[in-house]
Unconditional design. Sequence first.
Length: 370
Amino acid sequence: MKKSFAQILGTIENDRDRKIAAKLPSWSAAEGLDYPSSLSLEQCSSEATAQYKAGIIKGKSGTGVSLIDLTGGLGVDSLAFSRVCGKVTYNEINPALAAAAVKNFAIIGAGNIRVLNMDSSDLLKEEWHSDWIFLDPARRDAAGKKVFLLEDCSPNVLELMPDLWRHTDRIMLKLSPMADITMISGRLGGCLEELHVVGSGGECKELLCLLSKAGRAVYSTTVAELCGDTAVKETFTAKEAIGLSGIPAPGDTLFEPSAALMKSGYADTFCKARSYGKLDSFTHLYSRPGTAGECGFGKVFSVIETVEFNGANIRSTGRKYPEADVSAKNIPISSEELRKRMGTHSGNGLHIFGASVSGERKLIVCRRIS
């Protein structure tokens, strides 16, 4: 039976409302807010990541400072900044988004945000100074295709950098979690002071670059995992090599790093500090004898057994553990194909890894403990 236009529209609106409730819970609770486009909702920060950014500003500068958001979008970040800054200027080139921001900020009660509707390059030609400038460049080209190079984003931050430094000494730059960190550090040079890799719900959500006009010889990397209003963080400045752990034995702890920790490039360093070894050079799983506590930067498992990876064991392990998640790590088979061959389905808190371990292929059966 075909759906009517009203039914289709209702489905779209319900889907949008669910997205708003998940991403912007306090916005969802406010009546009458305007969301001009689905793209603006898709691309905006979540409330949790916006609050994290505001926390960085507060931690670095205290409260009462001035900040200008040159790429305001839906205004989620500007609103979070307004709660720790004395004065926030929201600027957005899209007139529909700027008009929505005026309406939404009034409904929410953010009285210390000034709204502008200008091209950021024109705004930078004027005379003003702000303690902080925040930018979240659009990561799609004119055809709507995603881009990841800094110079392909809009506005082009690299071109604007001389003008930006005329107006501030501190910049926060939000980039795609898909952006290459080596590319970022190379493009931004000595002005990159801190890199924050922000994760939530098992995904890497944002890369935040803190830039300083004074510059810094070596930048630090902070991995932050968000859970509600709280965040666990770890900061790194130098990478360390890690040794191999050998074949995991029953009762050993197995650790699978989060997407954010992996993205940072510091998974080996993090695990070495906690007495883990790596299963293989390119197998991003780590083990250690005995039980380890929760760490907040990935999934922790207790090993039940490890067996050879072969056809007979794949079938027998699947029959023995019919309810288990399955992952393939550094072996020439996909996770889905391995799951089909085992005949398992999710459940029971179990996880079976097919992985390369010290040059050999193994099946590792584990129980999730955190």
